[in-house]
Design a protein around this ligand. Structure first.
Ligand code: PCO
Length: 287
């Protein structure tokens, strides 16, 4: 686990993030696109899973960080695309190492047409007057999904640190304030880390901070982990994460459209997301 080092731009571009995936810093569509997601206005835009879906499919920015669960990124992209989402990937330097190893380990690779953005591209555009990549990506995306979210990137996000492309995107995100006066673009995170790190009080504290900012947390599951330990810490099923992304996106649009906000569309009342009372759960952090 670890996404250490900022500014070095050392993200590798090997097998998993090969040249065909690498974002060229161009924004042929949606550049500066702050327009609210509109209604479906033509054929082919409807979510294939829900023929009557009223909104256009979301643009999902998938953040990949330095957890071994990054090997599941290909599966997650597929799950999102299956639901009609348009996906771009931002990886930390540590996340890129796991993306590279995914292919060697036999995990599903990223589709070749999915653009992968790394710190290198962020630091490449440092000219005054040129577009800034993290701002452009933040404008492009409807939803930010960070999966897997490592312990290190969790701490950075909760602390507002922004020393790489992904944390800069998050720092520029407009999150809902405590009075619900702002409801901007949803953020969904799926932590994945060793059980001992998950159990740490830091985890509870950092998750509490993110939840207060209206970030949705899809908790990890219990299984045998990459290091052989058994316990909670494995990233949730990509299908579950993709569902949560779609639900938060739709909820936001329904609220924006003046829907009855007393209706709950969220998974937050689902025991799978709240009743993690086993000994591996960091629980809440008292005020
Ligand atoms: C590393 N941490 C972990 C947590 C993340 N692991 C997982 C699963 C994978 C295999 O199913 C790797 C995806 O175990 O999400 O293992 C040190 S213990």
């Amino acid at each position: 686990d670890g996404d250490g080092g900022g500014g070095s731009g050392q993200a590798r571009a090997g097998a998993g993030t090969g040249p065909s995936n690498r974002g060229g810093g161009h924004f042929s569509e949606g550049r500066g696109a702050e327009e609210p997601p509109g209604r479906v206005d033509g054929p082919g835009l409807t979510d294939s899973h829900e023929p009557d879906a009223p909104f256009r499919p979301p643009r999902v920015l998938l953040g990949v960080t330095g957890s071994v669960a990054a090997v599941k990124a290909g599966e997650l992209v597929q799950a999102l695309e299956k639901r009609g989402a348009k996906v771009r990937v931002v990886t930390t330097a540590a996340g890129a190492r796991f993306l590279d190893s995914a292919q060697e380990s036999g995990y599903q690779r990223l589709p070749s047409d999915v653009e992968v953005f790394t710190d290198e591209q962020e630091w490449a555009s440092c000219t005054v007057g040129e577009p800034v990549l993290h701002i452009e990506l933040r404008k492009w995306a409807d939803v930010l999904c960070v999966a897997p979210l490592s312990a290190n990137s969790l701490a950075k996000m909760a602390g507002g640190l922004c020393d790489n492309l992904l944390t800069c995107v998050f720092r520029a995100w407009q999150l809902k304030d405590k009075h619900w006066n702002h409801w901007d673009k949803p953020v969904v995170v799926a932590p994945a880390m060793n059980t001992l790190m998950w159990r740490s009080r830091f985890t509870a504290l950092h998750l509490k901070t993110l939840r207060k900012m209206s970030v949705s947390v899809v908790p990890p599951v219990s299984k045998r982990l990459a290091c052989g330990d058994v316990g909670r810490g494995a990233m949730a099923d990509p299908e579950v994460i993709a569902n949560k992304v779609m639900i938060d996106y739709r909820t936001k649009n329904l609220l924006r459209g003046g829907m009855d906000t007393s209706i709950s569309f969220s998974f937050d009342s689902d025991p799978a997301f709240t009743n993690n009372t086993d000994s591996d759960d960091p629980g809440d952090f008292p005020d």
